[in-house]
Design a protein around this ligand. Structure first.
Ligand SMILES: Nc1nc2c(ncn2[C@@H]2O[C@H](COP(=O)(O)OP(=O)(O)OP(=O)(O)O)[C@@H](O)[C@H]2O)c(=O)[nH]1
Length: 354
């Protein structure tokens, strides 16, 4: 069991680090450069072994191009590096396919290169278009017009094709994984921005409504507490808006920690928070909200304030025959009752309980 956790943790770490990797154009390019360099070094050995010396020499030239590309990437000349990669792959595939025929499988390297070019220079559309053309043009022309086989190389076709098939599939699969990771990362980022309040990090009103509607559709038992910071204007007026923001962050932090897994705290408006409890016994919710309210002045502190930081709350549970809007409106009414009764309290029925 422990082994299983170690493996899942290692995979998780790898996934997180690789996300950082694809976030950074420079490290992605360098990863591709190093892979290209290693592949061509292997080619040199392979072609010496099967005695095709002109291909071994050609791969030495390729190695030099990949080295130059590595230097360009280090110097931040990413566009040149991408062009070099496109030209190297395109030239290599064209010359070898025309000389040995399609049966050797060198044209296969152009497919992962198409995918790579679509992903890599995403920030520069013009160069992306040219790099793609450098790859797509030979891909089409070779498949249409290159000779299928050459008599001189018949004996090596099986081995060379298999080698090319495997080593061209690997970058294809890796690039596809990279595209998926970029997509997932961007999706999570967008979801985070769409659902979370920027200042406090709490879920926002939109997400709050989604959680509520989902619970209503599933006929779950819902309790709501609408909270409002007491005399927040005074905090802003005495310490300034930036410190006011800091107070909001501290209160949000405190509320989420206090709630733990029991419920969700949303930033409902400026200095208003909505606490959502799904399928939690009302007595537990009442106790939780009351403790949260009582402990707040002890746990949330700001230097330079004359009075402690407190909140008032209106707590309701959603009746079966009641709509969400009615429950929210009732919570709002109870919040006002809490304010009228002197603040720093939870009103859950008609009368305050703190
Ligand atoms: N710093 C900061 N202030 C905010 C933000 N959103 C709302 N506010 C402030 O919150 C204050 C709300 O003031 P009021 O509605 O008068 O309420 P209050 O002073 O909290 O008084 P009571 O609610 O009656 O206890 C205003 O000064 C708003 O400018 C925010 O994101 N950052």
């Amino acid at each position: 069991m422990a082994d299983f956790f170690i493996i899942t943790k290692a995979l998780k770490d790898l996934y997180n680090n690789s996300q950082r990797l694809v976030d950074n154009e420079s490290s992605t390019l360098q990863l591709i450069n190093v892979n290209g360099l290693i592949a061509h070094l292997c080619f040199i050995v392979l072609f010496i072994l099967i005695d095709i010396n002109w291909l071994a020499i050609m791969n030495i030239v390729s190695v030099i191009v990949w080295c130059v590309s590595i230097v360009c990437t280090i110097k931040g000349r990413h566009r040149i590096s991408v062009f070099l990669i496109a030209i190297e792959i395109s030239t290599h595939a064209t010359v070898t396919t025309l000389t040995m025929g399609l049966a050797a499988g060198f044209q296969l390297y152009l497919w992962p290169a198409v995918l790579l070019m679509c992903v890599l220079p995403a920030a520069h559309q013009k160069s992306s278009f040219w790099c793609l053309s450098i790859i797509i043009a030979p891909l089409l022309l070779l498949n249409l017009f290159a000779p299928l086989e050459k008599e001189a190389y018949r004996s090596v076709y099986n081995g060379v094709y298999l080698f090319n098939l495997i080593s061209a599939s690997l970058p294809f699969i890796l690039t596809a994984i990279m595209v998926r990771m970029i997509f997932m990362h961007n999706f999570q980022h967008m979801e985070q921005r769409a659902y979370n309040d920027e200042l406090t990090g709490l879920v926002n009103r939109r997400r709050g409504y989604e959680i509520l509607h989902a619970a209503v559709n599933k006929h779950q038992y819902i309790s709501l507490a609408l909270g409002d910071i007491d005399h927040f204007k005074r905090i802003n007026d005495s310490l300034g808006h930036l410190k006011g923001d800091e107070a909001l962050q501290k209160i949000a932090d405190y509320c989420s920690k206090q709630l733990d897994d029991m419920g969700t705290c949303c930033r409902w408006g400026g200095e208003e928070f909505l606490f959502i409890f799904i399928d939690q016994p009302y007595t537990h919710v009442r106790y939780k909200m009351q403790t949260l309210c009582e402990k707040m002045p002890l746990k949330v502190k700001m230097e330079g304030l004359d009075s402690p930081i407190t909140c008032s709350f209106g707590l309701v549970s959603l009746d079966k025959h009641e709509t969400l809007e009615q429950a929210l409106s009732e919570a709002d009414k109870r919040l006002y009752q809490a304010k009228d009764a002197g603040r720093f309290r939870v009103v859950h029925e008609k009368q305050p309980i703190v």
